[in-house]
Design a protein around this ligand. Structure first.
Ligand code: HGA
Length: 610
């Protein structure tokens, strides 16, 4: 959350900064700003409330040009979205910073700095950082030392980029708890919260590690670790094509990402399965020995990734016969837990920078888990670097704030993991071959589900005047229902609750009337008959049903029951396929309601604050 971009070049960088912000807008979009050192040696700062386009319009009328600059798109944590709270923040006229994260001890620092005569103009926690650097600059006489001294006094999370008008040759940046990547150019260097921001100018990146401080110049970069020791960070190349971060012919990133699922699911499976089995090395070298010891799996995640973890629990207990617990990271990290012997700690995060998930992983490392496995979409992210085993989902950049392809590729990765684990726990070769065959069928089945797009768009009309909805599922389809409800509330702002269908009569049935659409996912599995009874309970109370059901489920369209037939799928892979119609439903409802599909209100992607 919050996007940072910076550039040190010989050419004017304001266009690079604006394009970088546009590409980072998924991380925050309540306000945006930039500060550039101009030829006359002054800093020109522009800040606007709203989207990056508002800043771009302003800058067009009021040029903000120069070869050294920093920029920011904000997702407010401290202080309302307003011009004075927008970044960059300045101390005096010569020092400017941008910040991603939260400074936990900002109150005490603010009071101390005010007592020393510093004047605060915003309500942000960030402003204490810029004044603190200014204070240290007055002692040290250079920005690098000033930043080093200032960050030693900070508690919390930050990625910072610092620019001083009197030091026109460089930026000073650092990270602790928030991501920061350096883009390597020829005779110029860049920094950003995410490599996507810099793809128009470079495909070579260095990822800073926790505690790193770096001096960014046109002709080179120097990095120090937490102890102040100079360190090298490897340069990696961005693997995906540059256009993978563009919308192409699609109206929204979310729709593009929904349609990419057959392709990216193939990429997730590539090199990991044969026609009949999961390859030994699918989880990397040494994984097999490790998996043989695992007796319990603890899954930790947030939001959509948490739902993927909940589906995986059904798979792990059914196929591997191994106990599995799933918990949201923000809860797990703040309670005492009992750790079973030989527990594998499994974190799921699209960005690999989710603050709560990372914090839980770091705690777990002290707590005596057997090993940590990450399921993640961003190579080089903190989660990937800090885990023993990694399955990259290979979904490519996901820009829409509401996660779609990241979720289904997480599911595929989790199923591959489950099979690798189950093999050590009695899964027969025949069963493995049966499920691997089902995996191979997924891209085609997802294409079939996408073919329902037009019909689902029609169906979505029934939701636009509704304020509430219920989503029902049983077994592994219950977390699919949860994910469907989350999608609908995220982008259409309709209140949506998911329940295991059997729970309906224990409370939520009281809410059912003609104003409460009830969405159900009903593959043809051993729970179908029970689910049908639950649907009767809804019909008997006048509730309108929207059922996504297997063609063989013998559920017929009739007044009050809308049935959308999904081609038959394997019961194990059904959660993956049945996710698609729910994604499309929420997308079309949001489009009809006219909400901002890719950047829904109050949300941001890559939740790098607690
Ligand atoms: N705390 C700062 C930065 C917010 C942020 O990083 N959000 O993700 C602010 O509120 O401006």
């Amino acid at each position: 959350m919050c996007g940072i971009v910076g550039a040190v070049s010989e050419r004017d960088v304001h266009g690079i900064l604006l394009e970088g912000l546009r590409r980072l807008e998924y991380r925050g979009y309540d306000s945006a700003g930039m500060a550039v050192r101009q030829a006359d040696g002054s800093i020109n700062r522009a800040r606007e409330v709203g989207k990056v386009s508002a800043l771009a319009d302003f800058v067009e009328q009021n040029p903000c040009k120069g070869p050294l600059g920093i920029a920011h798109t904000r997702w407010a944590t401290h202080g309302e979205p307003s011009q004075i709270n927008a970044h960059p923040h300045m101390s005096g006229e010569r020092l400017a910073i941008v910040h991603n994260g939260i400074i936990e001890n900002y109150q005490e620092l603010r009071e101390a700095l005010m007592a020393e005569g510093f004047e605060f103009t915003s309500q942000t926690d960030t402003e204490v950082v810029v004044h603190l650097i200014e204070k240290e600059y007055r002692v040290a006489g250079n920005v690098l030392q000033a930043v080093r001294a200032a960050i030693a006094q900070l508690r919390g999370a930050y990625a910072l980029a610092v620019l001083h008008a009197d030091e026109p040759d460089h930026l000073v940046v650092c990270r602790e708890g928030s991501p920061l990547v350096i883009g390597v150019g020829i005779g110029e260097h860049f920094i950003a919260s995410d490599q996507l921001a810099l793809l128009p100018v470079t495909d070579r990146f260095m990822f800073l590690e926790e505690g790193d401080l770096a001096d960014i110049r046109r002709d080179g970069v120097t990095i120090w670790d937490r102890e102040g020791t100079p360190v090298e960070r490897v340069v990696t190349r961005f693997e995906h094509g540059i256009d993978s971060a563009d919308k192409g012919e699609f109206r929204h990133y979310m729709l593009k990402e929904i349609y990419e699922q057959p392709k990216v699911i193939k990429a997730t499976m590539e090199g990991r399965i044969t026609d009949r089995r999961v390859l030994e090395q699918a989880l990397g070298t040494g994984a097999n020995e490790l998996l043989a010891d695992v007796r319990h799996v603890q899954i930790i995640a947030c939001g959509t990734s948490y739902h993927a973890g909940m589906v995986a629990r059904y798979w792990i207990e059914e196929l591997a016969g191994i106990a599995c617990s799933v918990e949201v990271a923000s809860e797990y990290r703040y309670r005492k837990h009992v750790i079973q012997p030989d527990t594998l700690f499994l974190c799921i995060s699209q960005s690999g920078e989710t603050a709560d998930t990372l914090a839980a992983l770091r705690q777990a490392k002290q707590a005596g888990f057997r090993a940590a496995l990450a399921i993640c979409n961003v190579p080089g992210s903190s989660l990937v670097r800090e885990s023993d085993l990694v399955i990259m989902t290979h979904a490519g950049p996901e820009i829409g704030v509401a996660s779609t392809k990241a979720f289904t590729t997480q599911l595929v990765s989790l199923l591959i993991f489950t099979l690798a684990l189950a093999r050590h726990n009695g899964l027969s070769e025949e069963r493995e071959a049966d499920i691997v065959t089902a995996l191979h069928q997924l891209p085609g089945q997802i294409d079939d589900a996408l073919a329902l797009d037009g019909k689902i768009a029609e169906l979505s009309r029934a939701f636009i005047d509704k304020n509430h909805s219920l989503f029902l599922g049983r077994g592994a389809m219950y977390p699919v229902a949860m994910e469907g409800a989350l999608k609908l509330k995220e982008i259409s702002y309709i209140h949506a609750e998911a329940y295991p269908a059997g729970e309906l009569k224990h409370g939520p049935l009281a809410l059912v009337d003609s104003e409460m659409p009830v969405v159900t996912v009903a593959p043809n599995n051993e729970l179908l008959e029970k689910l049908k009874s639950n649907l009767e309970e809804v019909r008997a109370r006048g509730g309108e049903l929207f059922v996504f059901a297997d063609g063989d489920a013998e559920l017929k369209e009739q007044p009050g029951i809308h049935v959308m037939q999904i081609p038959g799928v394997h019961s194990i892979t059904a959660p993956i396929v049945y996710t698609l119609p729910l994604q499309l439903l929420s997308y079309h409802v949001a489009v009809l309601k006219g909400t901002d599909v890719d950047q829904p209100r109050n949300l941001a992607k890559s939740v790098t604050v607690e």
